[in-house]
Structure formats: C-alpha cells, structure tokens
Design a protein around this ligand. Structure first.
Ligand code: TRP
Length: 340
C-alpha cells in the first residue's frame, strides 16, 4: 500500500443496509476509478449509522459485513484501497468533539441535507447526534487529510461544511488540516423504480447490487414508466420516464436509439425494459462472481477490515498529535502513557 500520492480520497457509507444502483452511479463507480490513481480510504460509517439506528444497534454488524462485501464485489480492490470501520478509530470521535466547539448550531440547521432529512423524520426527532453528523463527517474526512471525496449529490453540503471547519480550524490554531473537494458521479441522483426522486433502500424502490438476474428483470418489469403511454403505438415521453433515466445511466451508448423508438411508438415499454434489465445484469454479473468468491472465504473480508482499520488508525493518531499541538493540548503529562 503506497501513500506517496498527490491526492488522498476518503468516502464511505452508513452501515444501514445494502448498497444499490444509486450508490453505484453516484459514487462507487468513481471510487473504483479513483483507487487506481489515488490513495483511497473507504469508511464503514457505523457510528453515523447510529444517528438513525440507535434503537437497534445490533443490526449494524450485519449491515457492516454486507456493505464490506458489496465493496469487494463491486471492485474495490483491498490492495489499493483502505477499507476501515469508523467506530474502531476513536480519534474520529475525538476530532468530532473538538470541531463541535466552533461549529454553530445554526449552520447545521441550515445544512440543506440535514434540513430535508429532519423534515422527513419530523423535527421532534432531531437528536443532538443527528444534527451534528456533518461534524463527525468532517472528522471522517480530515483525520486522513483527504483531498477528494467521491459522493452522491446529497452529500455536497456536508463537504462544504467540512471545508468551513477546516478553514476555521486552520485560522484559529495552525494550518494542519486540508480542505477537501466533493467529486459527484456522472449520475448524481438515480430515480427510484417507483418514479420517486431518489433510489433508496428504505423507500423500497431500489435494485441492490446483490440482486439476482431474475430479481432485476422482475423489478424493472414493474417499474413506473411514462403514464401517458398505454399502448405501444402511443408516442412516449422519455424525458418523463424513470426507466429512460436508467438507459441514460447504464446504457448511454444506445439511449438515443431507445428515445427515438419510444417517441415514435415503435419501441414498446416491454422491449425497452427487457433491454435495460439485460444491460443492468451485464453490469452486475462480474460483481456476482466476485461476491461468490469472497463469500466462500468469509475470514478474508474480516482480515481486510482489520488491516485497513490498523492503517487508518496509524494515520489518525498522527493527525491527532498535530491537532493537539496546534491547539496547545499537547501537555507534557506523559500523555501517551496516560492514554494507553
Ligand atoms: N453520510 C454519508 C452517506 O450517507 C456517509 C459518510 C459518512 C461519508 N462519512 C463520510 C461520505 C465521509 C463521505 C465522507 O452517504
């Protein structure tokens, strides 16, 4: 594992459920490309998962293992990327507390993603940890001085918040931290199978990356299409059809032809859906093969997480030392001994 790259990538996912096609186009695809060029860190955000799952924390382990498997299946290469567990890097929690001293509650309340999530859940469910999760996300990103953060569109406000935290820290104490940039995928937000704005496992409108070929066909078959099109000969409107957005996302090379066929009433929804289901299955097939290989040896995934977490922790300790020094908290109290 090398670390003499110009850029360092950090990103991750909350361990709350399987990853799906929306994650793939929004961020996983970028991660797979970026790991070739940059020192890449991928975090299993099990602490952040608690913001919504604190009442059922026992489920988190299963999700964590599932997502680790999704990463390996999708083509994250453990030789190139460091995959690690957030809760096992306590320095992230420490940094979160330090940063939280100079982040205003108002700036969190006005974070557009926090706002819409809070509205979905109801404002009476606005917990302290939930309101502050962008601060912990800033700690996730800055502990390893990441410069690039591949994420879906909804995460951009958090990267903005991280940049503000970095600037403020560096101005208050010393220039220790690095401002990261968000890198959003070509398809920043994938529409759900029900036509709702976002594919999401909790909304039940997703195709997960571990879906079987039959499941993909079945789900696409019942996906919402242009409501104005009842018979094949009716001219369709690809611009309002959720299934057409999948052609754009997964079969861009043939999407013009599909749009023309749809508009002219020569290609029916059945054929259009058959094609895109086939294309999605082509994409998922190599992932299925890799998953089978990893599942045959479950210890392998554990070992990858252990090695990744150790490496993350080494780097986190170093950053923590610099942060404490910058803040004047590096007391000569035999601090290392006191902590061990
Ligand atoms: N909040 C992110 C999501 O829901 C997951 C995440 C946690 C993350 N920490 C991160 C993403 C740090 C990028 C960087 O998708």
């Amino acid at each position: 594992m090398q670390s003499n790259y110009e850029e360092r990538v950090l990103t991750g996912d909350r361990t709350t459920g399987k990853l799906h096609l929306g994650h793939y186009v929004g961020s996983l695809k970028n991660r797979i490309d970026m790991q070739q060029k940059y020192d890449t860190f991928i975090l299993l955000a099990d602490v952040q998962a608690l913001t919504t799952h604190f009442e059922s924390p026992k489920e988190i382990e299963q999700h964590l293992r599932q997502i680790a498997m999704d990463y390996l299946a999708v083509g994250i290469d453990p030789e190139k990327a460091t995959i690690f567990v957030q809760s096992l890097v306590p320095e992230i929690a420490e940094l979160t507390i330090f940063y939280s001293m100079f982040v205003t509650v108002n700036s969190l309340r006005h974070n557009p993603t926090v706002k819409s999530e809070a509205a979905e859940r109801g404002y009476d469910q606005m917990y302290y940890g939930f309101l502050g999760y962008p601060v912990s996300q800033a700690a996730d990103i800055t502990f390893c001085k990441a410069t690039l953060v591949p994420v879906g569109e909804d995460q951009v406000p958090h990267i903005e918040q991280t940049r503000k935290i970095v600037r403020r820290f560096n101005e208050l104490y010393a220039p220790v931290l690095i401002e990261p940039k968000a890198v959003v995928g070509e398809v920043p937000r994938l529409v759900g199978l029900d036509g709702k704005s976002k594919m999401s496992k909790s909304m039940g409108n997703a195709i997960t990356l571990d879906a079987s070929a039959q499941e993909v066909r079945d789900k696409i078959q019942v996906a919402v299409t242009d409501p104005a099109r009842i018979r094949k000969s009716d001219p369709g409107h690809p611009e309002v059809c959720p299934v057409f957005t999948y052609h754009q996302a997964f079969a861009a090379g043939t999407s013009d032809e599909v749009a023309t066929g749809c508009r002219s009433g020569t290609m029916g929804c059945v054929e259009c859906k058959r094609r895109i289901a086939g294309r999605i299955n082509e994409l998922l097939e190599p992932m299925r093969e890799r998953r089978v290989a990893y599942e045959a040896n479950p210890r392998m995934a554990d070992e990858i997480l252990i090695a990744g977490t150790k490496r993350a922790r080494e780097i986190a300790k170093e950053t923590m030392r610099e942060v404490r020094e910058a803040m004047g908290l590096n007391y000569r109290l035999d601090y290392d001994e006191a902590r061990d």
